[in-house]
Design a protein around this ligand. Structure first.
Ligand SMILES: [Zn+2]
Ligand SMILES: [Zn+2]
Length: 408
């Protein structure tokens, strides 16, 4: 199908009419209330600490004993699970920036569950409030409460009463019409255990004989950890540093190139708060700083799996820029055409995690051989040997005991 036919022209609609999810319309409803003291939700803190300890051990294993296939697996599933959050829960279900046929919705639901952020339903519920009440007490990850709070701390703390009050007023019937969202919500915990932890542990175990501890720590928890923090930079970094060419009013976040790269194309955040329904979240094509979420949607549109892609016209963007944007000097305006050099940089950025890992593994092993003379002498092999000597014989005896009891 022709891509142009798939893109919905919204240029004839009034700019203001389309700002239904903008902080402008709702800011007056919120009265800042600083008396509320948040408390820690200790089960979430404990889960966060345990997963990070496993992920740190996974990082160590990735530069010492893991198989190369496991790293390629992390690289591929890391990008795909990130896209489940950005192209899926965010652009498709929260903002309805495009429509998707069921195979694409199934694909996005699977990888969204693998990312283990929140169920699509919960994410949409919270994210729509973020747009309506950005940087007020009713914003779930209000940046004014600090960098760490907006990054991940908000998930570990109790919710503000004003946020809970606004949450109740939301009508989410449109999201619940989708059976994938309903079933993911209903079976979220077992689905997370399967998609985020079991599948990424057992595929490396059965397909390339990775040991179970390594597969769990690298392919499940380390991948989860990287994707979680990459996505969280949208709420922390992109609400703190960057330019505001489209809307300079508080709550409209910033354009941050590092976040574009880290969060799969989500860092054009000032544009996004000005035009939340735009499927690219940028004036620029997907190749610019690797807007992978837009690339996936464009690719799906070519296959006929995505349609009705909403895009702000150049005239609408220019009008908004002049009306509310920060004055930008001519010489730092974003280039709209890419040079060959920028293409090379984009491709390198895409493969940067693998390049970084190759360099780290090479350097680590070089140092290790110098110090210990042998890469087999490492903590992981020590743990596996310890388990083989102290745990496995007991387990074997136990299973043999059960077998003998069953034979009686
Ligand atoms: Zn935001
Ligand atoms: Zn959004």
């Amino acid at each position: 199908m022709d891509e142009k036919q798939n893109i919905k022209d919204v240029s004839n609609q009034k700019d203001t009419k389309l700002q239904i999810d903008s902080v402008d319309d709702y800011a007056n409803e919120i009265v800042e209330d600083d008396n509320y003291q948040r408390k820690y939700r200790w089960p979430v803190v404990l889960r966060f600490v345990c997963l990070h300890l496993c992920a740190l051990y996974g990082l160590y294993l990735s530069v010492t004993t893991s198989k190369y296939q496991s790293l390629v697996f992390v690289f591929v599933t890391g990008y795909l699970s990130g896209l489940g959050l950005t192209a899926g829960a965010h652009r498709l279900w929260s903002h309805k920036a495009y429509k998707a046929k069921w195979p694409l919705r199934l694909f996005l639901t699977f990888f969204n569950t693998m990312a283990f952020d929140d169920s699509i339903y919960s994410y949409v519920k919270m994210h729509r409030l973020h747009h309506k009440y950005a940087e007020t007490v009713a914003d779930p990850h209000n940046y004014n409460e600090g960098f760490w709070f907006s990054h991940y701390g908000w998930k570990m703390m109790t919710r503000h009463p004003k946020y809970l009050e606004m949450l109740k007023k939301q009508d989410l019937g449109d999201v619940l019409d989708d059976p994938f969202v309903r079933y993911q919500r209903k079976f979220y915990i077992p689905l997370v255990l399967i998609c985020c932890f079991a599948i990424p542990t057992f595929i490396p175990f059965f397909c390339w004989n990775e040991d179970l501890i390594t597969a769990f720590c690298i392919c499940a928890t380390f991948r989860w950890c990287v994707v979680t923090h990459a996505k969280a930079t949208v709420n922390s970094l992109a609400h703190r540093w960057g330019q505001k060419p489209y809307d300079k009013t508080p709550g409209h976040a910033c354009e941050n190139k590092i976040v574009v790269w880290l969060a799969f194309g989500e860092g054009f955040h000032n544009f996004h708060h000005a035009f939340p329904w735009d499927y690219k979240q940028s004036e620029l094509n997907w190749q610019y700083n690797m807007n992978l979420s837009a690339a996936l949607i464009d690719f799906a549109a070519k296959l006929g799996l995505a349609y009705d892609l909403k895009k702000a016209s150049a005239a609408m963007v220019e009008h908004r820029r002049k009306r509310t944007g920060e004055p930008m000097p001519e010489n730092i305006e974003e280039p709209k055409k890419r040079s060959f050099c920028e293409w090379v940089i984009s491709v390198m950025m895409f493969f940067f995690p693998i390049i970084l890992w190759c360099v780290c593994r090479f350097c680590f092993n070089l140092v290790y051989i110098q110090v210990f003379g042998d890469t087999d002498k490492n903590i992981h092999n020590f743990i596996l040997d310890f388990l083989a000597v102290h745990l496995l014989p007991h387990l074997q005896n136990y299973f043999e005991y059960i077998k003998s009891q069953m034979q009686l």
